[in-house]
Design a protein around this ligand. Structure first.
Ligand SMILES: [Zn+2]
Length: 93
């Protein structure tokens, strides 16, 4: 798989975490170590979208599904969505 640069800051190389693999990576995670953004790989497709095209309700289920395999730093500080931000949002709607 070709891993592109981060669409926000163009940083490269990005970190790849494989969650499920057949002939291709079925589900996984791409992390930009510079800005801590994460990008899901779903159904073999890396979704490298800028923040304004991402939907929390679409991506939080992915984060929750794989939270045991996400790097801890990304769970807590990852952008554009993470577990801490969600907890905070609930306390201060
Ligand atoms: Zn980045």
């Amino acid at each position: 798989m070709d891993i592109l640069a981060c669409p926000i800051d163009k940083y490269s190389p990005l970190e790849l975490h494989v969650f499920e693999e057949k002939e291709e990576i079925v589900e996984g995670l791409i992390v930009c170590p510079k800005c801590l953004r994460w990008y899901p790989i779903r159904e073999e497709i890396p979704e490298m979208l800028p923040d304004e095209l991402r939907e929390e309700h679409d991506e939080m289920p992915f984060l929750k599904k794989w939270k045991d395999k996400f790097p801890k730093q990304i769970l807590e500080e990852g952008k554009p969505f993470n577990m801490k931000a969600r907890v905070k949002a609930r306390k201060n709607p």
